[in-house]
Ligand binder design. Structure first.
Ligand code: DC
Length: 227
């Protein structure tokens, strides 16, 4: 699609890193768009939601109460996480790729993600991940507002609630539409209403409603914004 590379990867230093920040609620199309855009730009992609899910997996696996903020925070600081470009996730050496998307983790993740010490730890890991790679496309809830407010491109994706619920219901085949829609509404409320780094559109972010656009149409808009 692009005639010339927009990025020369590892040759960039901290001041010239190419960072793209993609935020938005669940089901707004973040992962699909972020992955495709990263390929288009020749840079790596990080799913920061998978990091919050991975910490939540470690919390549940360790028999820890997600509401026990002190224990959860200390676990977040010590856990060995690896979130890979191919979608696989390991937590302290255990493959958690499937479990982090399961109902137990999905139910508890908003509580863990509302913990300010967990956020501080994961934001620092996300910045380090990006620095080591000379940039990247990062998707989450606070990338443009907190993690990289100076990103070259900040994007806020939205979609109509019924479109988002239908997309999620397709991904999680074991739950019906109504259950998925109710869970999305609950997580939206917690993620947008929490005290620390709530989901909101960053200053200077371009907002794209993905409900009626194709992936290629969205990528074209974003690449042209970057140029
Ligand atoms: O994108 P996701 O549904 O996999 O994210 C899981 C949870 O993590 C979501 O409920 C909000 C939280 N999250 C966050 O608080 N900050 C981020 N940067 C990414 C995700």
């Amino acid at each position: 699609m692009s005639e010339q590379p927009l990025h020369d990867g590892a040759n960039r230093d901290e001041n010239t890193m190419l960072v793209v920040a993609i935020d938005g609620p669940a089901g707004s199309g973040k992962s699909t768009i972020a992955k495709k855009l990263a390929i288009e730009l020749g840079i790596e992609y990080l799913d920061t939601g998978a990091m919050y899910r991975a910490v939540t997996f470690a919390v549940l696996r360790g028999g820890c109460d997600p509401e026990d903020s002190t224990r959860v925070a200390s676990l977040a600081r010590s856990v060995d996480l690896s979130v890979n470009g191919d979608g696989t996730v390991t937590v302290d050496g255990v493959d958690a790729t499937t479990e982090i998307r399961g109902p137990e983790v999905t139910r508890a993740v908003s509580t863990v993600a509302a913990n300010p010490e967990v956020r501080t730890e994961l934001v620092s890991r996300q910045r380090e991940w990006t620095r080591r790679r000379g940039g990247g496309v990062l998707e989450g809830r606070d990338i443009g507002t907190v993690v990289f407010p100076d990103a070259a491109l900040k994007v806020y994706l939205t979609a109509r609630p019924e479109v988002r619920a239908a997309r999620r219901a397709k991904e999680v085949t074991d739950l019906d539409y109504d259950t998925v829609a109710a869970d999305l509404a609950r997580r939206d409320a917690v993620d947008s209403g929490r005290q620390h780094d709530p989901l909101r559109r960053a200053d200077g972010a371009i907002e794209v409603d993905t409900s009626d656009l194709t992936i290629d149409e969205i990528i074209t808009v974003l690449v042209s914004e970057l140029r």
